[in-house]
Design a protein around this ligand. Structure first.
Ligand SMILES: [Zn+2]
Length: 646
């Protein structure tokens, strides 16, 4: 198993180069002596043209020698790019998929470093200390379209020779003649894939999508003072400028400030359309609460700041940029692709664009299924990509009032029967009550896959939950995690409380607001009946002021999730993909309720401990945004390119 992947990419203006250092912990290399501690080096030659090939390699004590060789080689060839990988420590199994995932999972970058031994030593030191100098030059690889890998060798010192170098290897690389023993000559494909994995967007395309994000952030689309229509029209103008026919671009909504943008990209085949959805409105943001102006797009300390940068103008910008890019590239989808950027996801109510379009203009957005760019995405922990989540279900929101009443009286003459006591007793029973575990395909698959990622007791517990009928102690351990608890069943919790009418009177009325989140399949009647009989008792009146909108889960084993998984695997190899049920709510719920299966699949990785959507100083990393745009591009292309049987 490889671990500790670590990559640095550098670029020097005078002699541009890309240097990748890869540090992997390896226990055994195939062909090496079992368990033997070996130093492993990975050698790669990369050049702009075949004759430019040259490689860099260091293996600890002999670093100087390799540097000299490299230098000589460099003098003889017009070096443009050197891709150098270094692998130290021990190998258990050198598995190329792991190799790639390590390499790709931890791309860090550095810029403007010289090509000398001191730098090499600095690199060593930094690698040793686990530090990196970060900057945005992952583009070094991305913007070198002619860059290709000639050879890649993995060699160990002191190991047994496992295979002979091919003639190709021998005559092209001096380094092979040295005392290293070749163990594998087969990572060319893996490394080619690494280069392909670099973004396919051109620098112009990247700055265009960033410009769209800037433009959208700077149009205030809050409910109080903003105007969603203005944002919809600004994006409509972008589509017109890009050559989309006027009749395929519509701005329409439930109110003058609540316009939605719907764009149709016509396909050639007979399949029903795919809808891509994201919302244009944002949560309120006060200048005095923020360290920067929330409606000014600010680039600072390696972040883009502004309201909507992560919810959900990044989704809007990606969809607009990618639709336009596909059009400009001459992409011919096999089915219509529909874009809907909508109003009032955050506030809901009569102006909610998705509800309104479904009711009033279903024909415009009707689709076989929908991809929601306001949900799903990756989870980061300490800068590492932990997993990628596809949102395939949502819980339903339902609020009850618990009310107790009493004739009351003077507080100087108290009696046991008291509206506040009675309500408190009901709430105490609620505290000690749990709805039965009710999994669906999405949550079952979530727990099952998570059990493979976790280890020890946690892994066993999650597997037991996924299998069904887990023991009580298992449920208790899993439910201790609030997120897992919410995924397992319907939950209800008191959120507001009021009671009594005077400080010297016995209360005549006490009211608690109890907010429930229903799993798909638990009906409103079932939840109300359960609360009434099990929790509240006859003295507590339970009423739901409004109704739940039941929303089924979307399939998790079909071609759409497979396509999402495929793109995620290409972009972030080795990062596990998990279907999830959203414990909160998005517009996907209304889509599913209307019979349009919906999957949330953003390309953004976020650290749950630093989520600023709806909060102050909302932000996104520029490179995370770029990856998101790239992910969405690949996904639209993949889904538009086929008519899968569902
Ligand atoms: Zn959102």
């Amino acid at each position: 198993m490889l671990a500790d992947g670590h990559v640095l990419i550098g670029e020097k203006r005078a002699a541009p180069r890309a240097v990748i250092h890869l540090r992997i912990r390896v226990d055994r290399v195939t062909g090496g002596r079992r368990g033997q501690r070996e130093r492993v080096a990975v050698f790669v030659a990369v050049g702009e043209r075949r004759r430019d090939q040259i490689g860099g390699l260091r293996t600890g004590p002999s670093a100087g020698r390799w540097t000299k060789l490299r230098q000589r080689r460099r003098e003889g060839a017009k070096l443009r790019h050197v891709l150098r990988l270094r692998a130290v420590q021990r190998a258990d199994r050198l598995d190329h998929r792991h190799f790639m995932s390590v390499l790709l999972g931890d791309v860090e970058s550095r810029q403007g470093e010289g090509e000398n031994d001191q730098d090499d030593r600095d690199d060593d030191q930094q690698l040793h200390e686990g530090k990196t100098r970060a900057s945005a030059s992952r583009e070094t690889l991305a913007s070198a379209p002619l860059l290709f890998v000639h050879h890649c060798y993995i060699m160990t010192r002191g190991g047994r020779q496992a295979c002979k170098p091919s003639a190709n290897c021998a005559d092209r690389n001096v380094i092979m003649a040295e005392s290293m023993t070749l163990h594998r000559v087969s990572c060319v494909i893996a490394l080619t894939a690494i280069l392909l994995r670099a973004q396919t967007a051109t620098p112009d395309q990247r700055s265009f999508s960033r410009e769209l994000l800037r433009q959208l952030v700077e149009i205030n689309t809050t409910d109080s003072t903003g105007n969603v229509t203005e944002a919809a029209e600004a994006m409509a103008a972008r589509f017109k400028a890009a050559g989309f026919p006027e009749e395929d671009i519509r701005v329409l909504g439930a109110a003058p400030r609540k316009g939605n943008l719907v764009v149709r990209f016509h396909g050639t085949g007979g399949c029903r359309p795919v809808l891509f959805n994201s919302h244009l409105d944002v949560v309120e943001a006060k200048r005095e609460d923020w360290s920067v102006d929330p409606f000014h797009f600010t680039e600072k300390d390696g972040w883009f700041y502004g309201r909507g940068t992560s919810d959900d103008k990044d989704g809007d910008a990606a969809l607009v940029a990618d639709f336009i890019r596909l059009k400009q590239e001459g992409f011919q989808p096999k089915r219509d692709l529909i874009l809907a950027l909508t109003a009032d996801e955050e506030t809901g109510g009569p102006y909610n664009g998705v509800d309104w379009l479904l009711k009033e203009h279903r024909d415009l957005i009707d689709a076989e299924y929908c991809i929601n760019e306001d949900a799903g995405g990756g989870v980061l922990k300490d800068g590492k990509r932990l997993n990628y989540q596809v949102q395939a279900a949502e819980k339903t929101y339902l609020t009850f009032t618990f009310t107790t009443t009493n004739p009351g009286g003077h507080s100087s003459l108290p009696v046991k029967k008291n509206a506040i006591y009675e309500l408190a007793e009901g709430l105490d029973r609620l505290r000690n009550f749990s709805f039965p575990i009710h999994l669906n395909d999405v949550t079952r698959s979530y727990f099952e896959r998570l059990s493979h990622i976790e280890s020890g007791q946690v892994s066993k517990d999650l597997a037991a939950v996924a299998e069904g009928h887990p023991a009580k102690d298992v449920v208790a351990r899993v439910a201790a995690n609030a997120y897992y608890n919410a995924m397992m069943h319907t939950t209800c919790v008191p959120t507001m409380l009021s009671g009594g009418h005077a400080e010297n009177a016995l209360p005549q009325r006490a009211v608690a607001t109890v907010n429930c989140r229903l799993v798909p399949g638990d009906s409103e009647d079932y939840v109300q009946h359960t609360l009434q009989t099990v929790v509240a008792g006859p003295g507590v009146a339970i009423v739901a002021p409004s109704h739940a909108l039941p929303s089924p889960f979307s399939p998790v084993n079909g071609p759409v999730v497979k396509a999402i998984e495929k793109v995620a695997n290409e972009m972030w190899p080795g990062v596990p993909v998990l279907p999830v049920m959203e414990t909160g709510a998005t517009d996907g719920r209304a889509m599913r309720a209307a019979g349009i299966p919906t999957w949330g699949a953003m390309g953004v990785f976020e650290d749950p401990s630093d989520i600023r959507a709806h909060g102050r100083d909302e932000r996104i990393r520029p490179e995370v945004f770029d990856d998101h745009v790239e992910f969405v591009y690949r996904l639209i292309k993949a889904l538009g390119d086929e008519c899968p049987d569902r």
